[in-house]
Design a protein around this ligand. Sequence first.
Ligand SMILES: C[S@@+](CC[C@H](N)C(=O)[O-])C[C@H]1O[C@@H](n2cnc3c(N)ncnc32)[C@H](O)[C@@H]1O
Length: 220
Amino acid sequence: MSDLHNYENLRLIKTFGRLKGRPLSKNQKLGLALHKQEYNFLETEKKIWLEVGFGNGHHLVELAKRNYDKLIVGSEVYEKGVASACFSLFQNKIQNAKVFHGDVRNMLNLVKHKTVERCYILFPDPWTKKRHKSRRLLSSSNFGYFSKILKSRGYLCIATDVEDYCIEIEDTVSNLKQFKRIHVSPKEKNFKFFLDIKTKYEQKAINKGVSPSYLIYKKV
Ligand SMILES: C[S@@+](CC[C@H](N)C(=O)[O-])C[C@H]1O[C@@H](n2cnc3c(N)ncnc32)[C@H](O)[C@@H]1O
């Protein structure tokens, strides 16, 4: 894992907006100070669940609390999100979660194939303008990252509130023989896979009267 910084120089299309926002609160500063950028945390006996782009970390913390027998790994580029999540993990004395601060693709480039049992990508940045569509995290060119690290019979759990993104994902996956579609109707949230809590962006969509889509694919 030590050559991570070499990979950071790879020219990846940016799938995110801001890296930093308003100044950090006292607790967020503490969270960031407690954060250790480790590269070997996927070497574990535990089953690994990954959450990509965890935002404020609320869902990540809940996943960890409810699945203490798993190692929950979160990846996020946004400093304030990393800081909040790390503070919350500390405050809740959570031992079974690790945070990667950076572009998930840099982390996934360095991990062994087939190590992750479940991967959550909840409300990825939608990039709705035509000229920005190539920035979507779940573009056909990025799917390979998630396919590579998932174990066979592992699950990819995705949520989006953007209809045309949902269609793009469904189209992409239907052309990939390594995934089987599990969800019956995207509008039904299957609580065997998704938590009964709402992420910040899920709540925002619902407040606007938009009903999100919830997609589950099984690696075959
Ligand atoms: C629209 S927000 C959704 C946050 C959260 N999942 C939610 O539902 O409230 C998308 C998040 O993904 C993060 N993100 C985008 N591309 C990423 C990447 N390549 N690696 C890690 N995080 C990424 C962004 O920084 C942002 O916080």
